[in-house]
Design a protein around this ligand. Structure first.
Ligand code: BGC
Length: 877
């Protein structure tokens, strides 16, 4: 038994912050103010937006005792503490998120706001002026018509649209609002508007369409102006054919859009340029585009200046008016997809005069950009893949097996570029992305390429980074990086399984990865959007499809509670990480419908509905056990949510149902004598522990059995997708962190480390890297390890009693094999950090807890200790 001593030294560093507005009163400042979880957003559609702030103040034990929010139309008066639109008065509260409850917010109006905080000594901290701007708010506020060209769904080339106009007076501000069925790029006077990619995000287009808002003041000019729009197919008009029948989606149609460009003149008058019959259209050089496969571009068809004033569009055709894809057109208030990282090729192999293979050195989701010179009509093909054959050519056989092409014109992950012979051609697809590390460039005529000729762009929803892990074992750092790369490769306005073979919003993969995502990235806006997709897809009887959104596939396969529990697990985790119950509230009725449906089908409390422990190492646990556990987790969440919202009747009902399910599971699968579930596999033992199914008095015994099992398995994994979520946590939460770490840091098969040792820069779909099937090399479904590093080693966990890290549970594990470990996460109150390091026999733990929050510190063999905000150095022996 270790003799323990704990010494707590509180270091309180006083930073002198420059208070930006006035005042000598403050020691801290408010560094981030968000509306609907975005900084200074435009295009807000809700009448009661959420306003939140983050207060940066390193004084020990500092907390907020009151706040006052001011909202007004005029920034100066907001600065002068006047909130004509809303002033909360001084509210005695430590909240850092409030719902706007002032006078009616008007469409298109810009509002300014700020917040004052009071600390416990009565000092005021003054916030900066921030803003938010309303969007359409109401369908009736659209003035434009939905337009398209008159082509059918089978027509391959993407269409251009243009309109010229001349603003009548001096422009003060201008906003563009564009709603699209399909994908678009918007141009003003020859320049692309904004830096988003693949907008708008994929939704169930016949139920809900997203529009995007831009401030385009700077891009307009006095005199003639031209607007250009290029439309791509995206998921709206899927022309490629694969086993999920995207081409049969009920909404499928030729892409269409509606645009309102609102100009406010210096004199206060306004004018709106809208889509109508005055627009002209023509086909573009993008002769084919598929979000799923690739893009084809014929540079000979370029029409320079098509999006500038003065272009001769006399040969262009009239547009046609179309029905809106749905009656529900809402603002896309979300971190957009972007070309986030530019990646230079690490090497290039010239195989012959017409064949070059580029290696980016890492696997990504995104596109490549090629610069190439050649004879007019030369056909250049860029085949993207994750691995190479021995002969150096790109091998896509691991990712094209669900593709069902009807001819050879649409090769998988292969862009096609036809050169125009006019100097260097540059090509990067606009309406497609791929999963790849290697690009094989072949040409119909010899071309000369250099390593610099090709650049990769890592694309994903550009969610801010809010977490960091640093371990003394480099392997752990690499696993964490690979996990993040796979997480981001699978975040494109909705979470996907893989960026190459499917791009499907597989529900199971997403709930496994939810914590991994939320520890490292500020993903709330993506998940709120995706749960709206869930509501669009849910059948009246509660059933959800296994992939969301879907063109129809997935209502009968793979959609049991082990996958579609996303409906409960995602909102619950968002609540835990953000302390914001909005998504839970929005999802409440859907969770209830879902749970009621399973209850009606499986009155015993046990359900066999599900896929089970997908792609396991070797052993497969009973589906009834694993699915019933997920069903239990959902009902638990429902009962806790009912309590949170004060719904006593539901609370009673679902608490009783949860305990019925738990008893049924334990009755059938738990041997109370031995403490073994089923046959005692890793998944069978770890899932009941992790999901709270084990009766209290048997937790120790079951955990011991799990530890024995793991040791019999020689500290290697024997789990699939479901067990991967629970195995490390079940061990570290029950006294076996050392063992969890041994598994996590394993370097041979089967393990995460085995992938890394074999060159992986992303997570794979299969523990067996030689597997003939299910071997995408960029899957997030085994990605819980990312979250576990924060929890099991760094020990940072949200406290369900005080969510949003209002109180942080700090429970680090100083495992053998690591000399130091650091984890940090920026929660709603600021940066939480644990950094521990061995010093002789001691461990020194540096702990940072942000202002206005607290922590409960639980060190091995210690009683829990309450910790205040500030920086603390703790020695543990
Ligand atoms: C996907 C998985 C998914 C699974 C469900 C696969 O094809 O890639 O990640 O969860 O199907 O069965």
């Amino acid at each position: 038994m270790l003799k323990l001593s704990i010494k707590l030294i509180v270091l309180c560093t006083f930073f002198i912050f420059q208070a930006k507005i006035s005042s000598s009163q403050t020691k801290g400042n408010i560094v981030v103010q968000k509306v609907e979880h975005i900084i200074n957003p435009i295009g807000i559609d809700v009448q009661h937006p959420r306003l939140s702030w983050l207060w940066n103040d390193s004084r020990e034990g500092v907390f907020q005792t009151a706040y006052q929010v001011y909202v007004g139309e005029d920034s100066l008066s907001v600065l002068k503490d006047e909130g004509q639109q809303w002033s909360t008065g001084k509210v005695a509260s430590d909240a850092n998120l409030v719902k706007y409850a002032g006078g009616e917010l008007k469409p298109f109006k810009k509002y300014y706001w700020r917040v004052d905080l009071w600390d416990q000594s009565g000092k005021i901290v003054k916030g900066d002026v921030a803003s938010f701007e309303m969007g359409m708010m109401n369908q009736e506020n659209w003035q434009g018509a939905w337009i398209s060209d008159d082509s059918g769904v089978e027509v391959k080339p993407a269409a251009y649209f243009r309109k010229q106009f001349n603003p009548s007076k001096k422009i003060k501000t201008a906003r563009a609002y564009i709603a699209v069925g399909g994908l678009y790029e918007l141009y003003l006077n020859g320049k692309k508007v904004g830096n988003h990619r693949l907008d708008p995000a994929y939704t169930r287009f016949d139920r809900r369409n997203l529009y995007v808002s831009y401030d385009v003041t700077e891009q307009l000019q006095q005199g003639d102006n031209a607007i250009g729009v290029l439309l791509g197919n995206g998921w709206y008009n899927h022309q490629s054919t694969a086993v999920w029948f995207f081409d049969k989606a009920p909404w499928r149609a030729r892409p269409t859009f509606c645009l309102d460009l609102k100009i406010t003149y210096e004199d206060g008058t306004t004018e709106t340029i809208i889509t109508d019959k005055s627009w002209k259209t023509n086909l573009s050089p993008i002769i084919f585009n598929s979000i799923y496969t690739a893009e084809h571009y014929d540079a000979r068809l370029e029409q320079p200046g098509w999006d500038t004033p003065g272009f001769d569009g006399s040969k262009w055709k009239d547009v046609v008016l179309r029905a809106a894809p749905s009656q529900h057109i809402v603002s896309q208030v979300m971190h957009p997809i972007r070309n986030v990282k530019r990646i230079e090729a690490k090497s290039m192999q010239k195989l012959n005069d017409t064949t070059y293979v580029f290696d980016l050195g890492r696997n990504i989701a995104g596109v490549s950009e090629l610069k190439v010179k050649g004879k007019e009509g030369t056909v250049v093909r860029l085949k993207h893949g994750e691995r190479l054959y021995d002969n150096g050519h790109v091998d896509i056989s691991n990712i094209d097996q669900h593709y069902r092409p009807t001819d050879d014109k649409d090769p998988f992950q292969t862009d096609i570029l036809i050169l125009n012979g006019k100097g260097e051609n540059t090509f990067m697809p606009k309406f497609n992305y791929k999963g790849f590390q290697y690009v094989e460039v072949t040409s119909s005529e010899p071309v000369t390429l250099k390593q610099e000729s090709l650049i990769g762009y890592f694309m994903h929803s550009d969610v801010p980074v809010i977490g960091k892990i640093q371990a003394s074992n480099p392997l752990i750092n690499k696993i964490w990086e690979a996990t993040n790369s796979s997480y981001l490769s699978n975040l494109f306005g909705y979470p996907t399984d893989c960026p190459q073979r499917e791009k499907n919003g597989w529900t199971g993969d997403a709930h496994i990865a939810i914590e991994t995502g939320l520890y490292s990235f500020d993903g709330i806006t993506i998940y709120e959007k995706w749960l709206a997709d869930h509501r669009d897809e849910q059948q009246p009887n509660g059933v959800l499809p296994s992939i969301i959104p879907t063109g129809g596939w997935g209502y009968e396969w793979g959609n049991g509670p082990d996958w579609t529990s996303t409906i409960a697990l995602i909102p619950w985790n968002v609540y835990l990480f953000y302390g914001d119950s909005t998504l839970l509230l929005d999802s409440y009725a859907s969770i209830k419908k879902y749970v009621n449906h399973i209850d009606a089908l499986y009155p015993s409390g046990l359900t066999t509905w599900g896929l089970g422990d997908w792609v396991p190492v070797k052993s497969k646990s009973p589906v009834e056990l694993t699915s019933s556990i997920y069903y239990y987790a959902d009902v638990q969440i429902l009962s806790k949510t009912a309590k949170l919202f004060g719904n006593q009747q539901d609370y009673d009902k679902y608490t009783a149902l949860a305990s019925k399910i738990k008893n049924a599971i334990n009755q059938k699968y738990l041997n109370k004598e031995t403490g073994i579930y089923g046959t005692g596999l890793q998944t069978e033992l770890s899932m009941p522990l992790f999901w709270g199914v084990v009766p209290n008095e048997l937790i120790g015994k079951v955990a011991k059995n799990l530890a024995d099992r793991v040791s019999t398995d020689n500290f290697h994994l024997d789990v699939g997708l479901l067990g991967t979520k629970s195995i490390l946590n079940a061990l570290s939460e029950n006294g076996y962190a050392d063992m969890a770490y041994k598994i996590a840091a394993q370097e041979d098969y089967p393990s995460w480390g085995w992938w890394i040792k074999n060159g992986a820069t992303t997570l794979y779909e299969n523990w067996n890297i030689e597997s003939a099937s299910d071997i995408s090399m960029n899957h997030i479904m085994f990605g819980e390890i990312g979250a576990w590093l924060y929890k099991g080693l760094g020990g940072i966990k949200p406290d369900p009693e005080k969510p949003g890290f209002k109180n942080v549970l700090i429970e680090p594990h100083f495992v053998p094999g690591l000399d130091s470990f650091e984890a940090s996460h920026i929660g709603p109150y600021g940066e939480i950090k644990t950094a521990w390091k061995r010093k002789g026999k001691k461990v020194v733990l540096n702990l940072t807890i942000p202002a206005n929050s607290t922590a409960t510190l639980l060190l091995p063999s210690q009683t829990p200790k309450e910790i205040v905000a500030g920086t603390h150095v703790i020695e543990w022996e």
